[in-house]
Design a protein around this ligand. Structure first.
Ligand code: PRP
Length: 187
């Protein structure tokens, strides 16, 4: 039996590799500008798992000194929807939060619940500042009022995978963001 090519499940490429490179270049330059001359420590905080590819590319382009860490949260709700209440599965443990500027790195904002919760949570924990950046933003799906500080691309309400984003844990390793064929998840 022939091995299935994962790209056959993609209907179209929404954000190709060149555009991703432009986005990473633009956002890293804006982050450099914003955080230059700060005396505190800058922590890039990736939210597992979707952010890892974007975070890996972004941290290589940022030139101000950065440290990295990760959190993992879960939301109730399954399949092609997200939302519900938030559970912290992997917390951030750090002693010097009052001297730490946190920049949360996300792959996508849908309802906005994850990031609005995490920003408040990290401020309450004592971080000096908490800002957010996301590769993708789907404003049509918003359920709470939330805007990220840096956004790579605003996208329509389509089921996207690749560059960290999954469906059923697959497709994360694709180097682009693509729209999944409906027959893949309408089974
Ligand atoms: C996705 C994404 C964000 C969140 C956004 O994570 O990475 O963390 O959902 O949704 P919201 O704006 O509606 O809160 P997911 O729970 O799919 O986990 P994953 O990153 O491990 O795929």
């Amino acid at each position: 039996m022939a091995i299935k090519n994962i790209k056959d499940d993609i209907e179209k490429i929404l954000i190709g590799e060149e555009r991703i490179e432009e986005i990473v270049g633009r956002i890293s330059a804006q982050i450099d500008e914003y955080y230059k001359d700060r005396g505190s420590r800058l922590l890039l905080l990736g939210i597992l798992k979707g952010s890892v590819v974007f975070m890996g590319d972004l941290m290589k382009k940022i030139t101000v000194p950065v440290e990295i860490d990760f959190m993992k949260v879960s939301t109730y709700g399954s399949g092609t929807t997200s939302g519900g209440s938030i559970n912290i599965l992997l917390d951030l443990y750090r002693k010097d939060l009052p001297n730490t500027d946190i920049l949360i790195v996300e792959d996508i904002i849908d309802s906005g619940k994850t990031l609005s919760y995490l920003v408040e949570y990290l401020k309450l924990k004592g971080a000096k500042s908490v800002r957010t950046c996301t590769l993708l933003d789907k404003p049509e799906r918003r359920e709470v009022d939330f805007e990220a500080d840096w956004v790579g691309a605003v996208i329509p309400n389509e089921f996207v995978v690749g560059y960290g984003l999954d469906y059923d844990e697959k497709y994360r390793a694709l180097p682009f963001v693509g729209v999944l064929k409906p027959e893949v998840y309408n089974i």
